[in-house]
Ligand binder design. Structure first.
Ligand SMILES: Cc1cc2nc3c(=O)[nH]c(=O)nc-3n(C[C@H](O)[C@H](O)[C@H](O)COP(=O)(O)OP(=O)(O)OC[C@H]3O[C@@H](n4cnc5c(N)ncnc54)[C@H](O)[C@@H]3O)c2cc1C
Length: 394
């Protein structure tokens, strides 16, 4: 059982965190660990009900920009220790990530990525197609031209991670209110004053907007204009099979990814460039689509023909909160003291949540500049300081 607060919300708090996904819970946990008292997390539905509970659970340090590699590397290290840190089994398994391509033109980028990752201490290697079968024996490598593999990448169980954070938050005195929606953010004279919820007003000098795909909408209430747009992504789950697949397989050619869960299911997804983009939460549509099921099944069986005999059992959809450079937006905004956002993670917020939570907590409490937070601040879009990472998939 996750200990959740009941009854009316408190009239005051030292910090209000909006969102009970990985980002909200991680930053609340880290703030409490640094001695901040009276922290309240507000979640409009249930813990993990946003993108976090709908994600693929993938965690990798294989990126093509130094900043992304460093951030993800720190997160991998945190995931390695997470079950012990939170006192809760989060089922982090390091089966590696096999990143494959069918395009000759990707090969220089793959080789450069390996060199950069190795220079950062990430033990990635380049593999010719034939070697991919040593890692995934029945993979059809006939169309592949190469791959990279990092054995330290892996997956964790998303609900266990948020449940673990929620329990650990509780031990540190954080109060988590579910079924509590922030209706309005309150700002006056250049400072955050708190939030209005459907269960009462909370006055607080610090408000963290970690509402995932809903963050843009909330930010607009205090005059903060986020460039984020939201996109539906789906996941398909098969019947349970005997263990046959250690790594996450991911194609930078068509965006398919799949791994095998602890229950033996194939769990995977594939992006669809035809999906519409939304910015108004009222338009979010997370109904399952047949077109996704067909797209995924075709791409999976093309790569892994034995999957043609496997029954697909269920699928679900969730929202990506996408920024123009597919990198998160962290920090605050000038002229609005006490306001902070942690959002815009595209398909990578589960893997980055622990480290961005830790860095943001430190930054919020000390006010010290953090080079990663600075580089991921909202004003980078005005500065035009955008970094494209060739390993953004989906
Ligand atoms: C299909 C799919 C697959 C993915 N796969 C991966 C993956 O393999 N690896 C990876 O790293 N990332 C993956 N992602 C991305 C990842 O899920 C997200 O980046 C991450 O979960 C974002 O976490 P969050 O805490 O910021 O947001 P969320 O988990 O969405 O949490 C935000 C919470 O805020 C709550 N909320 C919203 N508005 C309000 C309000 N007004 N008041 C109170 N509460 C509010 C919502 O109910 C929600 O629970 C995937 C996403 C999807 C959809």
């Amino acid at each position: 059982m996750i200990p959740l607060s009941r009854g009316p919300v408190p009239a005051t708090a030292d910090a209000v965190v909006i969102g009970g996904g990985i980002n909200g819970l991680a930053v609340a946990y880290e703030l409490a660990g640094r001695g901040l008292k009276n922290i309240v997390v507000l979640e409009s539905r249930y813990i993990g009900s946003g993108s976090t509970g709908r994600c693929g659970g993938g965690i990798r340090a294989q990126w093509t920009t130094k900043e992304n590699i460093r951030l993800a590397q720190e997160s991998v290290a945190m995931y390695e220790n997470m079950s012990a840190e939170l006192g809760y089994q989060v089922f982090f398994r390091q089966g590696g990530y096999l990143m494959i391509t069918e395009n000759e033109k990707d090969l220089p980028a793959l080789r450069d990525a390996v060199a950069l990752q190795n220079s950062c201490g990430v033990p990635t290697e380049f593999l010719p197609p034939s070697d991919c079968r040593k890692i995934v024996p029945d993979l059809d490598v006939s169309r592949l031209v190469g791959a990279t593999f990092c054995p330290k990448d892996g997956t964790a169980y998303p609900f266990a991670v948020v449940w673990g954070y929620a329990r650990a938050c509780h031990r540190r005195g954080v109060r988590i209110f579910i079924r509590t929606t922030v209706k309005e953010m309150l700002a006056q004279d250049g400072r955050m004053r708190g939030v209005v919820t459907d269960r009462g007003v909370i006055h607080a000098p610090v408000v963290v907007n970690s509402a995932g795909p809903w963050a843009r909408h909330l930010a607009a209430q205090v005059g903060v204009s986020l460039p984020n747009r939201q996109e539906r992504h789906e996941i398909m789950v098969s019947e349970s099979l005997k263990p046959f697949l250690d790594p996450m397989v991911i194609s930078i050619t068509n965006g398919i990814y799949f791994s095998q869960s602890l229950r033996g299911e194939i769990v995977g997804g594939i992006g669809d460039p035809h999906e519409p983009h939304w910015t108004d939460p009222a338009e979010f549509d997370t109904r399952s689509q047949l077109v996704f099921a067909v797209r995924f099944a075709r791409a999976l069986t093309a790569l892994y023909p034995r999957a043609a005999q496997v029954r697909m059992m269920r699928q679900w959809a969730g929202m990506y909160d996408v920024t123009p450079d597919h990198r998160p937006i962290l920090g605050g905004v000038p002229g609005l003291e006490g306001y902070h956002h942690i959002c815009g993670f595209s398909g990578h917020g589960f893997m980055l949540g622990p480290v961005t939570g830790r860095r943001m907590a430190e930054h919020i409490l000390t006010g010290r500049p953090d080079e990663i937070i600075t580089s991921l601040s909202l004003d980078r879009f005005e500065r035009g300081d955008l970094q494209a990472d060739a390993f953004v998939v989906g």
